[in-house]
Design a protein around this ligand. Sequence first.
Ligand SMILES: [Mn+2]
Length: 167
Amino acid sequence: MSIVREPRSIARKFLARPQQEGLGAVVRRSIGRFELRYFDPFIVLDEFSVSAPAGFPDHPHRGFETVTYMLQGAVTHEDFDGHKGTIKAGDLQWMTAGRGVIHSEMPATEGIQKGGEPLGEPIAQLGPFVMNTQEEIDQTIEDFENYTNGFEKARYWRSQARVELGY
Ligand SMILES: [Mn+2]
């Protein structure tokens, strides 16, 4: 572990404005917005404050890990591999998207989402997919659309949250 001996100056300040995400959800994105595209190893840092029925229903990920830390309330995670669980204030969930996952995160009261240690890898990102090259992004879209290479279970799976929402 390194110890910071010299205070570092603030390089840049900007406002993480609220933006729409998921279904009627609003997030304040700091890392991952125009002013701070990447902050290795973090791709996105979202702070969200969401009440039911808003949330983040069924959506895909590939190529990175998500860490969700709850400050207040609770959020229920479901994924197409049959994992389901609810995290509450003070709980942390770490999910490895690996080569593909579809999951839902519903509903949350308040939380924060971020990723791990510096990787120094090239990054190609398109929405919920984070890879190293544009070719891999293109392949991911193809896999997602054709339910292949990790997205096989996406064809028929629907989260219970989504079924309850009726769409
Ligand atoms: Mn997600």
